[in-house]
Design a protein around this ligand. Sequence first.
Ligand code: SF4
Ligand code: SF4
Length: 469
Amino acid sequence: MIPITDVSPDEGDLYAARKKIQPRSIKGRFNNVRWAMVWITQIVFYGLAWLPWNDRQAVLFHLVERKFYIFGIVLWPQDVLFLALLLIISALGLFLVTAVAGRVWCGYACPQSVYTEIFMWIERHIEGDRSARMKLDAAPMSARKLGLRAAKFGAWGALALWTGFTFVGYFTPIRELASEIASWSLGPWEAFWMFFYAAFTYVFAGHMREQVCKYMCPYARFQGVMFDPDTLIVSYDANRGEPRGNKKKAREGQVVGDCVDCDWCVQVCPTGIDIRNGLQYECIGCALCIDACDQVMDKVGRPRGLIAYTTERTLLAKKPAHEGWREVMAHILRPRVILYTSLLAFIVSGFAWALFTRTPVKMNVLRDRATLAREVEGGKIENVYRLRIMNTSEIARRYVLEVEGLPGAAIADLREIEVEAAGSRDIAARVQVDADALQPGSHEIYFNLQAVDAPDVRVHEKTSFLQPR
Ligand code: SF4
Ligand code: SF4
C-alpha cells in the first residue's frame, strides 16, 4: 500500500487558519513542461480572440446574434446538441487522461494552475524568491515594502484586466470591444463581465491559489474514483528514502536512506504538502517536487527518481518508483481505459459525422396564427406561414421555396429568397389550395427549401394546412 499519514488538524478543531505558502522556484524537466503549457495555453487564449476568419472573428460566441462561430463552422441555438456533445467529449477526454495519467490536467493545464504560475512569476520578479518574500511578509510596513506591494498588485491587476477583456472578447467581437473601451462607451453588461472576470482571476490566482484546489474545486474531490493501481501518481519511494537523514552525519552503523531530509520537495510545492507523507488529495501532480529532489540527488551523487511519477502497483511490488512509467504502459489496456477510449471514439466519430454532413441551411415554419385560413380569389383557401430561413454557410445563397403534400398546393408570389452568409431571414409565405380539393380540417403539408447553386443543400419541414368548416 502507498503509505498514508493522517495530517488532518486535531479532532475538534474544524477551522485551520491558512498558512501562507511561499513556494521556492525550481528549474527542471517538469517545470519546463509546465511553462511550455503556460505558453501554449496563453498564446491560444490571448491570441485566438484576435484571429480573423472570412472578415469576422475566427472564434466568437456571439451572444447578441445568438450564433457561435468556430473557424468555418457557424452554430445556431438549434445546434445546441453539438455544444452538448463538445462538453461530453471534453469530460470523457478528461476522465481518460485522469485514469491513465492522474492529475496531469490539474498540474499542467488547468487555468487555476496556469494563472497561479503566471502570477507567482510576476511576484518572484518583483519581490524575489521564497526567502526574500518571507522576509518581506514579516517586515513592518515601509516605503520599500509599500512600493513592492504596489508594483505587484498593479502588475497583477493589469494582467487580470487584460484577461477579463480577452474573455469578454470571445462573446462580443473583440475589436468592437476595444474601440468601445477607447471611446468610453462600453455597455453595462460588457463592463460587468470584464471586471467580474478580472476580479475572479486576480483573487483566485493572486490570493487564493492552492485554496481553490483544496477547498473549492469539485474535480479534485471526485477524480479519485477514476484512479486505479495503474494510474500515474507522484510518489516518494519510501523503500529507498527511509530512514531519512544525512549520510555524512550518520553514526557508525546507522542505516540511512537516500532522503537527506533537505525539505526542498516541500518548499517547492505550490500546495505546501510533504509528498513523503504519501498520496494526498491536495497534490495536484505538478511534479515540481520531482524536479527539486532530482537536483538534490544529483548533488549527493545518488540516482534520480526518489520522488517520481509512478503507480500504486509499482510501489506495492517494491520496485523503484521511477519504473512506474513501464507499469503504466504494461497495463494500458485495462477495462476503464478501454471503456473511456471506446466511448470517446464513438462520440467523437458521431460528432464529426453529424458536423460535416449537416445541411448548411435551417428553416423554422410557423403557421401565422394572426391570419385565419381564408377564402381568396379563384375559389382557393389560403393559409399564411411565417418562415425563418437560416443560412449556416459562409456564402450568401439564393433558395427556391416550394410546397407539397396537398393536390394543387402552391405558394402565391413564389420567388427566390436570398439570405446573406451566416445570416437569417424571416418571410411570410401564402399557401393556396383549391377549396374543392380538401375536406374541412387539418392536413399535413411540407415546405421544401432548395439552394439554387447547390442541389444537395435543401431542407424539408412539415406543418399543417387548415381548411375551414
Ligand atoms: S527533496 Fe528529496 S531528499 Fe530532499 S527532503 Fe525531499 S525527498 Fe528528501
Ligand atoms: S507534492 Fe509534488 S506533485 Fe504534488 S503538488 Fe506538491 S510539488 Fe506538486
